[in-house]
Design a protein around this ligand. Sequence first.
Ligand code: ATP
Ligand code: PAF
Ligand code: BAL
Length: 293
Amino acid sequence: MVIICKDIQSVREAIHKKKLENDKPYYEVKVSFVPTMGYLHQGHLSLVSRAKQEGDISVVSIFVNPTQFNANEDLSTYPVDIENDTRLLESVQTDILFLPTPQLMYPNEYSTYVSVDSMDQVLEGKARPGHFRGVATVVSKLLNIVQPHSLLIGQKDAMQCICIRRLVEDLNFNTKVIVCDTVREDNGLAKSSRNSYLSQEEQKQASLINETMNQFKNNTQSFNNRTEFIDALTKEIEKNPLMKVEYISIASQSTGLEINDDIYPPPPLSNLSLAVFFQGEKRKTRLIDVILF
Ligand SMILES: Nc1ncnc2c1ncn2[C@@H]1O[C@H](COP(=O)(O)OP(=O)(O)OP(=O)(O)O)[C@@H](O)[C@H]1O
Ligand SMILES: CC(C)(CO)[C@@H](O)C(=O)[O-]
Ligand code: BAL
């Protein structure tokens, strides 16, 4: 059974007890941590499986972090299903689930924020002002609470990975950051909690995003420069009238900053990432994806 902890003291005690119960000497027992916003899917579970390989105690948090949402984003409607999440976490033998409330994480007098300044320059940071400040703040708090040896995050959120790596290095957290591959549907659509906003038919249409990204990545020689590449990819995706490209980025995998215009084709291992608004029948959904050149 997964141990469910709703406050900071109890999650620290649960980790301490698990360390004592382990056959290894206390200071050799390793804790792996997977922070999430819940409504779990196979992408999240792949991180937990990796966490179990990396450490002796697996801790997952579910917290829909208000500070990383803008006023016009979907904080109030973000999908929640703690019962099903708990079942899924038990199916992969998670040891501890931390379930804080907004009031616990941000009490009334709360006033400290962590900003990774370089994230203001990356396209995802410009598109979501304040978002990475919220991510960096909550991840710092969670790392201080759980004090894990390793932190497992998903490559799908490529700019978030850059933000968290920078944060961990700059603030000397004693934690190894492990970035895990994106888990996809059979048709290539990256698994995401927000896919639940789309119908099955809409998800099928959304899978064209990844298919088109891969086609373009394999055809860089058909374009003279990066502007032509990005314009053509935008046009191709927007052939579907339900899809509107927010941005397409060709960026360094380590900084998230755009690769210089005169460097074309993009160097191996740079990121091709994007955000697309999908106007579904029920609502508009912001989808992101990333592949490597
Ligand atoms: N398809 C996926 N494959 C691997 N990891 C993933 C995938 N989707 C999300 N993750 C990772 O799981 C962690 C928690 O993410 P989160 O709870 O926001 O899920 P999400 O599906 O990305 O949600 P959203 O739809 O809101 O973007 C993050 O490190 C994220 O990168
Ligand atoms: C890392 C994270 C849990 C911080 O709230 C969130 O941004 C997410 O789920 O990717
Ligand atoms: N996985 C990303 C969380 C967010 O979009 O806020």
